[in-house]
Design a binder for this molecule. Structure first.
Ligand code: ATP
Ligand code: MG
Length: 569
C-alpha cells in the first residue's frame, strides 16, 4: 500500500480534539446547555450535495454521534423559492443517508417556521427595532457606505411603529410589487461591521414555494431565518463556514434582542480540493451547459457523482476524518480522496479479470475445441466471498502492455522465449508473433505446459510474471469509461484574465473504450464495485445491462492524479 498523502490541516489523532470538538467538550464539562449536544446540517435545496457538504455532514452528525444523547437535525434552509426544488430535497436526503447518517424521525424545514418568523418580525417592529423601507435596491446599496465610510440613514428609518406594522402586514397581503419595499432591522448605520447596517429581514418575491405554494409572497432573508430556526430547534452549536464570521454579530443581536434561546455559532474553514470546483453555482453551470453527463457524472465532486463512480461511503468518511477541521483556509490534494477509496476498495472489492487494451494470444498446442474451467477465489483474503468459474480456451486476450518484443532485463511479463503464468491457469511460453503490414502485433503465439494446470508447477520451477487474461470466445465486450480529473488546472477557481473556470476543463477527463471481461463480470448489477486484477477499481454504471455491461473506472491501483500533474509540468 502506498503512503497516505499528508493532510495540510491537522489530523485529530488519538485524544487530541480539533478546535470545535474542544469547545464542545468544554461546554459539556461546564454544563452549558445542560451538557446537551445538538447540531444541525442546514443545506439549501438548490443543488446536489458535494464533498464540501460531506465535510460539514461528517462534522455535524459525527459530533452528535460522539456524545451521549447527541442529536443532529437535517434542516432544509428553504427561503428562496426561485432556486429551490423538491428534486434537490430528495437527492439531499438520499445522499446523507448513503453517507451513513441518521437525522431521526423527520427532516426539518425553515418553511415550517414561516409563521413563527413572521411573529418575530412583528415583535421587532413593535420594539422599534425594524422598519419597512421603500427605498430602491440601488438607493439602499448606496446608503450602505463602505469599509472606510459609515452608511447613511434611510429616509424611511423613522416611521412609526403603527405605520410599520400596517405596511408589513400589507407586504404579507401582497399589496406591494416585488422589490418595492423590504423590512430592515434598525441597528446601526455606522457600525464597522457592514452586515449590521440595517440588514434586510424580509423581501417580496412572488414565486411558488416547493412546500408552501403561493401562501407567501414575501420570504425571510438567510440571516433572519437561520438564527431563529437554530433557536427554534434548541440547537446548541451552530457550526458553519468562515464566510459567516461577520454574520455572527447579527446572529447574536437578533436572538438577544428578541430574548429567545441562544445557540452558539462556530465557524470553520471550508473544504477546497485540487482539480475541482466546489460551488453549487459552478456545478450547476457544468450540468446545464452539458460539460458532464449530469449531477451524478462520475467526474463531479458531488456525492451522487462519487457514488456513481464507485466511491464507497466509508472512503468519504475516512477522507473527512483525515483532513480534519481548521480555522484557516487551505487546499486539499484530490489524491487524498483517491487514497481513501483505494484503501477501502482494496479491502472489500472482489477481484476479477478484464482486459482493457487487448492483444490476442494463440496457444498453438492447446486443442481447438477444448475448454478448461478454473475456479478462482473472488478475494484472496475473504473466503466468504466464494469462488467463480473462469473458462479458458485456445485463444485468449492479454493486455498489450504485457508483451514486449524487445524486453529490458527487468521486464517480467511476456516476451519471445520466456515463460509466464496465466493467472490460475497454466504456464505458457511465447514462441513467435504475427504482425500486420504496419508492424503492429496481431497475434502472439505460445505453447502451454499441461502439467502446470491451476497455474503452478509440480517440479517447483518458478516464473516471475503472472498475467491476467480472458478467453476470446467467452469474453464479454463492455463499455468502460476511464476518468481523469475534470480540471487540468490545480485550482480552476483562480482564473486568468479573459478566461472562466470552464476553460480549464480537461478534454480527456472521460475516455470511453471497449474492454473484454470474464463472463462473471457481466452479471454485476449497477453500483457493484470490483477490482479488475492488476488494473484498478471499477464500478458497474447505472447504464449497465447483462447484454452490454458498462463500467466506470473508480481509481487506478496507483496514484494516477500525480501522473496527470507530472505530465503538465
Ligand atoms: P455552495 O458554496 O456550494 O453554494 P453553500 O454553502 O451555499 O454551498 P448550503 O446548502 O447553504 O451550500 O450549505 C449547507 C452547509 O454545508 C452549510 O453549513 C455550509 O457551511 C456547508 N458547506 C458548503 N460548502 C462547504 C465546503 N466547501 N466545505 C465545508 N462546508 C461546506
Ligand atoms: Mg448557502
Amino acid at each position: 500500500m502506498s503512503k497516505a498523502p499528508v493532510a495540510p490541516e491537522e489530523k485529530n489523532e488519538g485524544t487530541s480534539l480539533d478546535f470545535i470538538r474542544t469547545i464542545i467538550a468544554e461546554d459539556c464539562e461546564s454544563g452549558k446547555y445542560d451538557g446537551r449536544v445538538h447540531t444541525r446540517f442546514p443545506p439549501e435545496p438548490n443543488g446536489y450535495l458535494h464533498l464540501g457538504h460531506a465535510k460539514s455532514i461528517c462534522l455535524n452528525f459525527g459530533i452528535a454521534q460522539e456524545h451521549e444523547g447527541g442529536i443532529c437535525n437535517l434542516r432544509f434552509d428553504d427561503t428562496n423559492p426561485l432556486k429551490e426544488e423538491d428534486e434537490y430535497v430528495q437527492s439531499i436526503q438520499e445522499d446523507v443517508k448513503w453517507l451513513g447518517f441518521d437525522w431521526g424521525e423527520k427532516p426539518f424545514y425553515t418553511s415550517d417556521y414561516f409563521e413563527v418568523l413572521f411573529g418575530h418580525a412583528v415583535k421587532l417592529i413593535e420594539m422599534g427595532k425594524a422598519y419597512v423601507d421603500h427605498s430602491t435596491p440601488e438607493a439602499i446599496r448606496e446608503m450602505r457606505g463602505t469599509l472606510t465610510e459609515p452608511g447613511t440613514e434611510s429616509p424611511y428609518r423613522n416611521r412609526s411603529v403603527e405605520e410599520n406594522l400596517d405596511l408589513f402586514n400589507r407586504m404579507r397581503n401582497g399589496e406591494f410589487a416585488d422589490g418595492e419595499c423590504v423590512l430592515r432591522a434598525k441597528i446601526d448605520m455606522a457600525s464597522p461591521n457592514i452586515i449590521m447596517r440595517d440588514p434586510a429581514l424580509y423581501r417580496i418575491r412572488r414565486a411558488t414555494h416547493h412546500r408552501t405554494g403561493d401562501k407567501w409572497c414575501m420570504y425571510p432573508m438567510y440571516d433572519f431565518a437561520h438564527c431563529l430556526s437554530d433557536s427554534q430547534e434548541h440547537i446548541t452549536h451552530s457550526i458553519c463556514t468562515l464566510e459567516f464570521e461577520n454574520n455572527r454579530e447579527l446572529y447574536d443581536w437578533l436572538l438577544e434582542t428578541l430574548g429567545v434561546y441562544r445557540p452558539q455559532q462556530i465557524e470553520f474553514a471550508r473544504l477546497n480540493l485540487t482539480h475541482t470546483v466546489l460551488s453549487k453555482r459552478k456545478l450547476i453551470q457544468l450540468v446545464e451547459e452539458g460539460h458532464v453527463r449530469g449531477w451524478d457524472d462520475p467526474r463531479m465532486p458531488t456525492i451522487s457523482g462519487l457514488r456513481r463512480r464507485g466511491c464507497p461511503p466509508e472512503a468519504i468518511r475516512e477522507f473527512c476524518s483525515r483532513i480534519g477541521v481548521a480555522k484557516a483556509d487551505s487546499m486539499v490534494d484530490a489524491a487524498m480522496l483517491e487514497f481513501c477509496m483505494r484503501e477501502k476498495l482494496n479491502e472489500v472489492a472482489p477481484r476479477l479479470m478484464g482486459v482493457v487494451d487487448p492483444v490476442k494470444v494463440v496457444i498453438t498446442n492447446y486443442p481447438e475445441d477444448q475448454v478448461d474451467e478454473f475456479e478462482m477465489p473472488l478475494h484472496p483474503e475473504l473466503e466468504e466471498y466464494g469462488k467463480r468459474k473462469v473458462p479458458f480456451s485456445r485463444e485468449l486476450y492479454i493486455e498489450r502492455a504485457d508483451f514486449r518484443e524487445e524486453a529490458p532485463k527487468k521486464f517480467f511479463r511476456l516476451t519471445v522465449g520466456k515463460e509466464v503464468r496465466l493467472r490460475y491457469a497454466y504456464y505458457v511460453t511465447c514462441t513467435d508473433v504475427v504482425k500486420d503490414e504496419n508492424g503492429e502485433i496481431t497475434e502472439i503465439h505460445c505453447t502451454y505446459d499441461p502439467e502446470t494446470k491451476g497455474g503452478w508447477s509440480e517440479d517447483g520451477r518458478k516464473v516471475k510474471g503472472t498475467l491476467h487474461w480472458v478467453s476470446v470466445k467467452h469474453a464479454v465486450p463492455a463499455e468502460v469509461r476511464l476518468y481523469e480529473p475534470l480540471f487540468e488546472k490545480e485550482n480552476p477557481n483562480k482564473v486568468e484574465e479573459g478566461k472562466t473556470f470552464i476553460d480549464y476543463i480537461n478534454p480527456d477527463s472521460e475516455k470511453v473504450i471497449t474492454a473484454y471481461l470474464e463472463p462473471r463480470l457481466a452479471e454485476c448489477k449497477a453500483g457493484e464495485r470490483v477490482q479488475f486484477e492488476r488494473l484498478g477499481y471499477y464500478c458497474a454504471d447505472l447504464d449497465t445491462t447483462a447484454e452490454k455491461p458498462v463500467f466506470n473506472r473508480t481509481a487506478t491501483l496507483r496514484d494516477s492524479w500525480k501522473r496527470v500533474e507530472r505530465n503538465q509540468k
